[in-house]
Design a protein around this ligand. Sequence first.
Ligand code: UDP
Length: 279
Amino acid sequence: MEDIEHIQKEMKLIDGKGRRLDGRKPDELRPVRIEAGVLRRADGSAYMEWGGNKVLAAVYGPREAHPRHLQDPARALVQCRYNMAPFSVTDRKRPGPDRRSVEISKVISEAFSSVVFKEQFPRTSVDIFIEVLQADAGTRCAGLTAASVALADAGVPMRDLVASCASGKIDGVVCLDLNKDEDNFGDADCPMAVIPRTGEIVLLQMDGHLTYDEFQKAMSLSLGAAQRLYELQRDALRRRYAVTLQDILKESPPAPMVAGPAESEPELPAEDDFGSEGI
Ligand code: UDP
């Protein structure tokens, strides 16, 4: 225990120039890439790389809720399963649910419950699956942001996309989007999720302590990042669904302007085929 405290005291997470271990400034997001519609069997899906995180999200529904006693006659259920692959972390993770994944699944389902138009789909269930393939802190935010794109890809009616990013405190400085070392050896981590169009917060958690002013700063960093993530989410959906003029022409080639050469006309059978009397 004393050894760990010693390492924590010795470990500098921010250098003299104000740069973090991975070279980022305090308000800098890790590189983010989102692809929509990556799985054929699911109704909607998305893949996201966010710094060292690799996350896959799949959505089914709205479909009849099972078991039937769970059905709500007035609205749809929004259910989420967040899972970390055994190979997603340095020390192999024991497969299956644990307390942490049950908690993350719960807070993510609650976040989406407030945006999906549940009343339009009574007795059904919208099922969201989040698989973390590689983890580097911030996986609940990455999972939520990817799942939001997967929901839109599945065509689930909702008020807006949800974007999520954490901020925290390392070496006494409030920073955006902590990576694993910063999360492990930092002072606080505060993940949040927002509806970017309205600024409504749909998830807010805190690990560690922040003063009121630090919290305000963390909140404003995360809200700013959410707007950038929102752009990337919409961009992924645009890339998936944008139809170019070339696509339209490929589907139905235009009719030739001038009558084509004789060989393009259907060939009539030779008279002999039917005899001199015809058919
Ligand atoms: N982590 C791990 N093993 C576990 C759970 C978490 O190595 O069983 C790592 C993983 O990199 C994760 C990070 O710790 O991303 C931070 O986990 P936290 O519970 O704060 O959730 P997250 O930041 O991923 O949403």
